[in-house]
Design a protein around this ligand. Structure first.
Ligand SMILES: Nc1ncnc2c1ncn2[C@@H]1O[C@H](COP(=O)(O)OP(=O)(O)OP(=O)(O)O)[C@@H](O)[C@H]1O
Ligand SMILES: [Mg+2]
Length: 465
């Protein structure tokens, strides 16, 4: 899981991926430039190998070029000048040996290329611990030069050789340079991912936070400032912006609430005065309009409260809330039945829960003749409440959008014939989510709607009545 997350973070459109690519690109470019420069300038590492084979090749060339009678003299001079090299001449062709020492084989190949065409160069014996093997060369004037070199080497630049002269037959991905390249990429990538986490993680958190705001819940807290300076500054700005937005929303709600409250007083006055209108037809129309205004105002206030109010929570018995809501509608002559009976305790606000189920039952009786409310415990700490009706239901394509404020099922209808304001379900969702729950719309067979509210149940306080 963690590895998968790490790999996903390396996508080319991700910040971590781009940082990784940038750093890898920079290192590879730098390394290439250094390698090319080394090659062109022929510096230290390369020269050592060339020196060694050059040295042997020049001895051979000198011995080969010397007249036969000078050979012995020349050899004694060599023995004097380079005591670590043992050179002697034999008339008979020495026995060639097969070589499994790749280093020696590479040297023979290099020396061969420095000599005359079709020179006969081979190993007469394999290297042992003390010498670098015996090299035999067929001389053009006859005889064979046998050369072995003792302790002539400077400490070999083993990394360099290991790097560039792989053992023959090694598969590509196991050649030293391929291995070191893989290792290099692996190490760099892990380091970069680890380092970029410090930059990327706060940004991701910031994006999630901004996404949630101004929903209720986690998005409300200020975000801790961490990460590099730029990210910290961004976090600070977003925190400030969040503060300003919250103040603005609160101010707007306050103004609306104040205006609505004043309007209510005016509506009450208007209502009283309308009663005095003598023309009955006109009076009825006016009273209808006034009641519509009143309903609209009440719903809007309810919506505002659901959006911004933070009611005090306490342990409430949802069973009695549902029973009360059902009874109220029954008293008004509607067919509403509640099936429950267990004392389900939740942590929440009594008035907000009443508002939730009032809205749902109101919707159901508006669209259907009879309403059933069922409550039961699902899982250890979940309470599921279904408000079921046998009305027309809501088509699947509308289920997602119907929760938005001011969205109504039949937009063709106008407010004046009072089909509702489209605020009920939005209020329900706000309040339920505020209580840590969720609402879903399901189909009731053969027709009708089930509004399923799931709320967190308080453990250990469920008791059968
Ligand atoms: N039980 C239901 N059966 C069928 N359709 C429903 C039901 N409940 C809601 N709807 C549809 O969802 C729409 C939105 O419902 P919502 O409660 O948000 O608004 P409203 O009832 O139209 O108005 P308000 O509740 O603000 O007075 C409704 O207009 C209606 O079309
Ligand atoms: Mg409604």
């Amino acid at each position: 899981m963690k590895l998968a997350g790490m790999v996903a973070r390396l996508g080319p459109d991700r910040l971590a991926g781009q940082i990784t690519l940038l750093i890898l690109g920079a290192i590879v470019t730098f390394q290439t430039i250094v390698l090319v420069a080394f090659h062109l300038l022929d510096v230290e590492g390369r020269r050592h190998i060339v020196d060694q084979t050059d040295f042997v090749a020049s001895i051979i060339l000198a011995v080969d070029a010397a007249p036969m009678e000078e050979r012995q003299h020349l050899l004694s001079e060599f023995a004097h000048a380079v005591p670590f090299a043992n050179i002697h001449i034999e008339g008979e062709r020495p026995q060639a040996v097969a070589l499994d020492n790749w280093e020696f084989a590479n040297e023979i190949r290099a020396i061969h290329s420095d000599l005359w065409e079709k020179a006969e160069v081979f190993a007469a014996s394999a290297p042992d611990g003390r010498n670098s093997g015996v090299l035999a060369v067929g001389l053009r004037k006859g005889g064979y030069a046998l050369i072995s070199i003792y302790q002539h080497r400077k400490p070999p630049r083993s990394v360099w050789r290991w790097f560039w002269q792989p053992e023959p037959g090694t598969p590509f991905f196991l050649t030293p340079w391929a291995l070191s390249a893989i290792l290099f990429f692996l190490c760099t990538t892990i380091l970069v991912v680890w380092a970029s986490d410090g930059i990327v993680a706060p940004l991701v958190k910031l994006a999630k936070h901004a996404e949630q705001f101004p929903d209720r819940g986690e998005g409300d807290e200020l975000l801790a400032e961490r990460g590099p300076t730029e990210v910290r500054e961004l976090t600070r700005s977003i925190n400030r912006m969040q503060d300003r937005i919250r103040t603005m929303i609160a101010a707007r709600s306050q103004v609306l609430a104040a205006v609505s409250h004043d309007l209510k007083t005016i509506i009450t006055r208007l209502n009283l005065r309308t009663e005095l209108v003598s023309e009955p037809h006109l009076r009825d129309k006016m009273l209808h309009d006034i009641s519509l205004m009143d309903a609209m105002l009440r719903k809007n206030l309810e919506h505002l409260r659901a959006e911004s109010d933070r009611a005090d929570y306490s342990l409430i018995d949802i069973d009695s809330v549902l029973q009360t809501v059902a009874d109220q509608f029954v008293d008004l002559g509607y067919r509403v039945r509640y099936r429950g009976g267990d004392r389900y305790m939740i942590l929440g606000s009594l008035t907000e829960m009443q508002r939730v189920f009032n809205n749902l039952v109101e919707n159901a009786i508006h669209h259907a003749g009879a309403v059933e409310i069922e409550a039961r415990q699902t899982g250890v700490d979940r309470l599921q409440i279904d408000v079921i009706d046998n009305g027309p239901g809501i088509p699947d394509d509308q289920k997602a959008t119907i929760f938005e404020p001011f969205v109504r099922g039949e937009p063709g209808r106008t407010i004046s014939n009072h089909s509702g304001f489209g605020l009920g379900l939005s209020i329900v969702r706000s309040l339920v989510e505020h209580h840590g729950g969720a609402v879903a719309l399901l189909d009731h067979k053969p027709h009708g709607l089930i509004v399923r509210v799931v709320l967190p149940l308080q453990n250990g306080v469920v008791a059968s009545s």
